[in-house]
Design a protein around this ligand. Structure first.
Ligand code: GDP
Ligand code: GDP
Length: 453
């Protein structure tokens, strides 16, 4: 795909064949007030044009080549549509979903709806071919698609096109306001304390209470919350501040959205979980108290540890366990015996439902993140190294290579003379001396190279 030439807000026109997408596209370009600055096929599959409307400039994208009439006859229709939607969802900031008032809603429209709903984009539903008032009575059916109030248009006769463009312009203003508020919040944080927010991954199998936890926290008064686009196309991160501490919860798209129950399994995909873990400073793994540690939980804990992220085991629904008279000390003991901890993790008992101990989890996460982001001076590290009684080989020097998680390089006489257990002993000594309890510490051994004189 060619890199974008300009960086305008992108609006894509999507819909099944024959609903009138091309007619709409051309009609917008003919509209007197819509000044077309540049126009032409940029790839075989799409045409873009720069449009000005109501003081806003945007790039309109049509995808005619993806229609069967546009040269895709050899491909099954379903695939063509999927490709069109995937392209639009990936590239565009907002979408105009075109339906046809004469034919009504067809099976394929429902399929497109399903795909669009998963995208986290502004979608305008335009019902085309409303050439006369008679067809207006069909409009109520289109509400059922779930994209709010449909806009009736007739591309052929140029009716309703202005209303449609007004809506597009309105969405651009909303999008700009959102990014303004994000940068305002960020500026505030920067001046307030020149620290980056702590990045948290809130993970766990479906139904453990992730959304109850996140909504419980964000629903509190005095919390400044702001959504920011995540790194992948359908992910949203949530930024918030409390008590001069700032946090970002990574990929809250699947956690906070209302219709998430149905999508819980999709959002629990291991790939997605791992992606969140990799982007985080600390992971909060939520467990379901009555269920104990299940196979899925073990798998998640392993992934977190393999990615060297400090983590907290938040035992949720503790209200239910408490009712049964379960004892915390005994419960924690069983967990510690059953989980293979590569490094220590804190265990917190909470109830997202009753909102007990939610902030304890976040305070602990904050502490862990501060630790994992620490930088140590080479001289401090080397004085620790000198104080260590360590055989069988000589340790020459140490320096920190990176943080979050902290990684150190130790120059030794012969790395092969150090066994795995001696190495983990070394890791433990440094973790203790540097006060990095609960933080995974990585030590890499490197052989000293003697330069010839
Ligand atoms: P696309 O495949 O979605 O790009 O659809 P086209 O723009 O090629 O239009 C498909 C057919 O619908 C053509 O015959 C158009 O003339 C017709 N059409 C498009 N817009 C309207 C409209 O507003 N009213 C009526 N009655 N027909 C329309
Ligand atoms: P998610 O799939 O991990 O986001 O889980 P939800 O937050 O949707 O919670 C799943 C179910 O567990 C819902 O019915 C919640 O009301 C319930 N739930 C969540 N937290 C608690 C809790 O602390 N105690 C009890 N008793 N139920 C809870």
């Amino acid at each position: 795909m060619k890199p974008a030439k300009y960086n305008f807000h992108k609006v894509a026109v999507v819909g099944r064949p024959n609903v009138g997408k091309s007619t709409l596209f051309n009609r917008i370009l003919q509209k007197r007030k819509a000044i077309v600055e540049e126009f032409g096929p940029t790839t075989r599959d799409r045409i873009t044009a720069i449009v000005k409307w109501s003081g806003k400039t945007f790039e309109l994208i049509d995808t005619p080549g993806l229609n069967p009439a546009g040269g895709g006859r050899d491909r099954p229709l379903q695939r063509i549509i999927e490709k069109q939607i995937m392209f639009a969802v990936k590239e565009a900031d907002q979408l105009i979903f075109v339906c046809d008032a004469i034919s009504g809603i067809l099976q394929m429209d429902y399929k497109i709806c399903d795909m669009l709903r998963k995208a986290d984009k502004n979608i305008i539903l335009a019902v085309n071919k409303v050439d006369s008032g008679n067809l207006m009575q069909n409009m109520s059916n289109f509400y059922s698609l779930g994209f709010g109030e449909p806009i009736s248009i007739s591309s052929l006769h140029g009716l309703g096109i202005g209303d449609l463009l007004d809506k597009v312009a309105h969405n651009i203003v909303r999008a700009n306001n959102l990014s303004d508020s994000v940068s305002r919040l960020r500026r505030l944080t920067e001046s307030d304390r020149s620290r980056e927010p702590i990045k948290l991954a809130i993970i766990g199998k479906p139904n453990v209470g992730k959304s109850s936890f996140v909504n419980g926290i964000l629903g509190e008064e005095r919390i400044a919350v702001c959504d920011i686009p995540g790194t992948t196309r359908d992910s949203i991160d949530t930024y918030f501040e409390k008590d001069r501490k700032s946090f970002v919860i990574i990929d809250t798209a699947g956690i906070r959205s209302k219709g998430k129950i149905k999508d819980a399994v999709t959002y629990f995909s291991i790939l997605r979980t791992e992606e969140s873990i990799k982007r985080s400073d600390v992971s909060v793994i939520i467990l379901d108290a009555p269920l104990g540690v299940t196979k899925e939980d073990h798998r998640i804990i392993d992934i977190v540890q393999k990615n060297f992220r400090p983590f907290i085991l938040a035992i949720n629904k503790w209200d239910l366990a408490e009712k049964e008279g379960v004892n915390k000390i005994g419960y924690e003991k069983v967990i510690r015996e059953n989980v293979r901890f590569m490094y220590n993790a804190s265990i917190v008992f909470m109830s997202a439902l009753k909102k007990t101990n939610l902030w304890e989890v976040l305070d602990l996460a904050y502490e862990l993140a501060e630790k994992t982001k620490k930088n140590f001076s080479t001289s401090d590290l080397n004085s620790i190294l000198k104080s260590i009684e360590f055989n069988p080989t000589k340790l020459y020097s140490i320096r920190q290579m990176k943080n979050s998680p902290p990684e150190f390089e130790v120059i030794v006489k012969s790395p092969e003379a150090i066994s795995d257990s001696e190495k983990s002993h070394l890791v433990n000594i440094f973790r203790k001396k540097l006060k990095l309890e609960g933080v995974p510490v990585i030590i890499k051994l490197r052989k000293k190279v003697f330069k010839p004189r």
